[in-house]
Design a protein around this ligand. Structure first.
Ligand SMILES: Cc1cc2nc3c(=O)[nH]c(=O)nc-3n(C[C@H](O)[C@H](O)[C@H](O)COP(=O)(O)OP(=O)(O)OC[C@H]3O[C@@H](n4cnc5c(N)ncnc54)[C@H](O)[C@@H]3O)c2cc1C
Length: 418
């Protein structure tokens, strides 16, 4: 979304632009697949609140959206019941704004340490899940900035694009193609040589090596790709050292598709409006349905350090393990749930060479690195992507869009060499 947004802003300003994309599709960490009538998101799924720029684009693209809602359930001491603890957690995080102390890791934040163990665990789980972060690393200043940014866009309201999130980048790509902007898919950038006013990009395609030359380049590579040095820079810009100060968080997300909504129609289990399900003692600890959209799917989510729990599992093993957890949560026979399972769908963003993780977070002391990454390099290289967002919405689609527009605007106001 960062690259597409940058390309659109530049093209509309009359600048000639070419988009280079390693995958055979646009959208990057937005990745929708379809299974029969089911719309399955393997990457970004939710529109968090009302970021105006994102909603403008959704409206322009004429995409159908709906608001998530229903019953949020908590599994505690072997019992499923409606929960309201998230409000307490959000209230606790809101109070971070009043913190006048240094930028310390959240784990060292004195009010967290003072919480009773149960509530403390809830807050830690929330922060780790939502931010894909290690609470021993994520900084309290970034958390406070993020909390304020979320409050401003009412991000407790969550929406979905009915036909799948991928319709959004596809709309942008179609719009660009119609306008004559080349989008080179399956074009993996390996090396970027540059000096002020000139960039030479060396890429690999099925047809062999390709070279592109330009006056400016927007580098909308994910943080994980930059940190792995999967693309070589000559000379190495200082932005890479800044990138190393940020963190790429891991997530394990999978969707289980069942024959029926067994959680809605058993004698002992009747939760037809199930929305989110929090089960701190289960793995994954967070589940959801796309309710009120009808679906026979349940999605499991592990963000942060615990996301490695199912590493090396095949989809079948993952499905089996998840069914065992669901059997415990719903107190139903494991074989029954297993027999309901049609498919288990997941994407490993950590092993994906074109993402190197799920999304970024800002560790203690690293806020200046974000600002530095968003600063043009010799009026020639412009880093974009969710990790370079300066509005506090790291790890979201609207952050990516904004960063792309920001990079494009920086190019438009740069001194011209030709
Ligand atoms: C599991 C998961 C769930 C998420 N859920 C949400 C959500 O509910 N709501 C939300 O707002 N956000 C969510 N996010 C975050 C959101 O998806 C990202 O913040 C956003 O899509 C990032 O956009 P981007 O343009 O910065 O990066 P990307 O989308 O990663 O784009 C970077 C592009 O660079 C390409 N690339 C990489 N290497 C090369 C190379 N060498 N040469 C050429 N091209 C290359 C990639 O293929 C990719 O297309 C989620 C992310 C994940 C992984």
């Amino acid at each position: 979304m960062a690259g597409l947004s940058a390309a659109r802003t530049l093209h509309r300003a009359g600048i000639q632009v070419t988009l280079l994309e390693a995958r055979d599709r646009v959208g990057g960490r937005i990745h929708t697949i379809h299974h029969g009538d089911e719309v399955i998101e393997l990457g970004a799924e939710f529109i968090h609140g009302r970021p105006p720029d994102l909603w403008r684009l959704i409206k322009e693209a004429n995409l159908d959206t709906y608001k998530l809602g229903g019953d949020d359930l908590c599994h505690e001491n072997g019992e499923l019941k409606k929960c309201d603890e998230q409000d307490e957690t959000v209230g606790f995080l809101d109070r971070l704004l009043a913190w006048k102390g240094p930028d310390i890791p959240f784990a060292d934040y004195p009010p967290l340490q003072a919480l009773p163990p149960d509530q403390r665990n809830q807050v830690i789980n929330y922060v780790q899940s939502f931010n894909a972060a290690d609470y021993g690393q994520i900084g309290v200043h970034a958390l406070a900035v993020q909390q304020q940014a979320e409050d401003e866009i009412e991000s407790d309201s969550i929406f979905r694009i009915r036909g799948g999130y991928a319709s959004l980048p596809e709309y942008l790509a179609d719009d660009l193609r119609r306008a004559g902007v080349p989008i080179e898919l399956e074009t993996r950038v390996d090396r970027i040589e540059w000096q002020r006013g000139t960039v030479e990009v060396h890429a690999h395609t099925a047809a062999g090596p390709m070279h592109f030359r330009a006056e400016h380049a927007v580098i909308a590579l994910p943080l994980g790709v930059l940190q792995q040095r999967a693309v070589a820079f000559d000379p190495v810009p200082s932005a890479l050292a800044q990138a190393d100060q940020l963190r790429m968080g891991p997530v394990r997300r999978f969707t289980l598709l069942f024959k029926d909504r067994f959680w809605a129609q058993q004698e002992s289990v009747q939760f037809p409006k199930l929305s989110f399900l929090f089960a701190q003692d289960a793995m994954p600890p967070v589940w959801w349905t796309p309710h009120p959209a009808y679906s026979t799917s349940l999605t499991g989510w592990i963000g942060g350090p615990r996301s490695g729990a199912f590493d090396d599992f095949t989809p079948t093993q993952l499905g089996e393990a998840a069914c065992r957890e669901l059997a415990k949560i719903f107190n139903l026979p494991g074989e029954f749930i297993q027999a309901q399972l049609v498919s288990c769908m997941s994407h490993d963003w950590q092993q994906d060479p074109y993402s190197g993780g799920a999304y970024s977070y800002v560790p203690a002391g690293a806020l200046p690195a974000v600002l530095a990454m968003a600063t043009p390099v010799n009026d020639t290289l412009y880093f974009a992507g969710e990790h370079t967002d300066v509005t506090g919405h790291w790890g979201t689609v609207h952050a990516a869009m904004r960063s792309g527009v920001r990079a494009a605007q920086q190019i438009l106001s740069a001194p011209r060499t030709v």
